[in-house]
Design a protein around this ligand. Structure first.
Ligand SMILES: C[S@@+](CC[C@H](N)C(=O)[O-])C[C@H]1O[C@@H](n2cnc3c(N)ncnc32)[C@H](O)[C@@H]1O
Length: 250
């Protein structure tokens, strides 16, 4: 008989057994995969593009670098990275195959397929040897991972010495009045838009709840350091609605 764990975790605001979370997250992204890119633009009014550009500005990709883009979904970060680097290689890893299928179509349309690999896998148990990649990115992904600290530990393991971690994730607004306004918008507008545009209220309800549950900037910085990263820092984006965390395997 398969062993089950009695540990629990959160799935949005619900408490669920730890070993159920990944399949629930997969359910969300299976359901949004074909509309993911368009919904990203609509829900954020295009701001996710500005944040991803800020990520690239800080990362400053260089020619020939090997990127591992975890929870890479439809490959948005990898495409940006390769364009900025001029040439290089990106491995996009994701738990949800339909997201990768969408990404592969985009790669073929942009004639970039040769520079990319698409791997189904879990951020908490990466199928790569130690010291493999120059850069590890995870964008709007780590919030969905059952044990984010395990994902950060894996990032440290697969990066080569001198390699760089970069995390883009929703975060908490340091100003309580602004946080309240933002909560009003996200809890009232986003699930309704999800229902109207994608006929999928539940996935967007999960989105806003998971954002609210994610650790604040300082707590997450502590987790990055805990994984072993040096020179760890963060930058707020749009008042802290999102944040970038950077660290180095020194
Ligand atoms: C919001 S999407 C982000 C996609 C892309 N990185 C972007 O910024 O547009 C989150 C992705 O995380 C993936 N994901 C969730 N948990 C994961 C895990 N444990 N390991 C790998 N991928 C995971 C989901 O399948 C989904 O494709």
């Amino acid at each position: 008989m398969a062993e089950t764990s009695d540990k629990t975790t959160h799935f949005g605001f619900q408490t669920v057994p730890e070993d159920e979370k990944a399949s629930r997250v997969q359910g969300v992204f299976n359901s949004v995969a074909s509309k993911y890119d368009i919904m990203n633009d609509v829900m954020s009014a295009g701001i996710h593009r500005v944040w991803k550009d800020a990520m690239m500005d800080w990362l400053a990709p260089r020619p020939g670098q090997r990127l591992l883009d975890v929870a890479g979904g439809t490959g948005d970060i990898s495409f940006r990275f390769l364009k900025r680097a001029g040439h290089g290689h990106a491995t996009v890893l994701d738990l949800t195959e339909p997201m990768l299928v969408e990404g592969r179509k985009r790669a073929e349309a942009a004639q970039m397929a040769d520079s990319l690999d698409w791997v189904v896998g879990d951020a908490m148990a990466l199928p790569f040897p130690d010291n493999t990649f120059d850069v590890y990115s995870i964008s709007f992904g780590i919030r969905n991972v059952t044990r984010p600290q395990d994902a950060l530990n894996e990032a440290f393991r697969v990066l080569r010495p001198g390699g760089r971690l970069m995390v883009l994730e929703f975060s908490q607004l340091p100003n309580p009045a602004m946080q309240k306004l933002y909560d009003l918008y996200s809890f009232n507008v986003i699930p309704r838009m999800g229902q109207l545009i994608a006929n999928d209220r539940d996935s967007y309800q999960y989105l806003v709840e998971s954002i609210r549950r994610f650790p604040d900037q300082e707590t997450f910085l502590g987790m990055v350091r805990q994984a072993g990263f040096g020179n760890a820092k963060y930058r707020n984006l749009t008042m802290g609605i999102a944040a970038l965390h950077s660290g180095w395997k020194l």
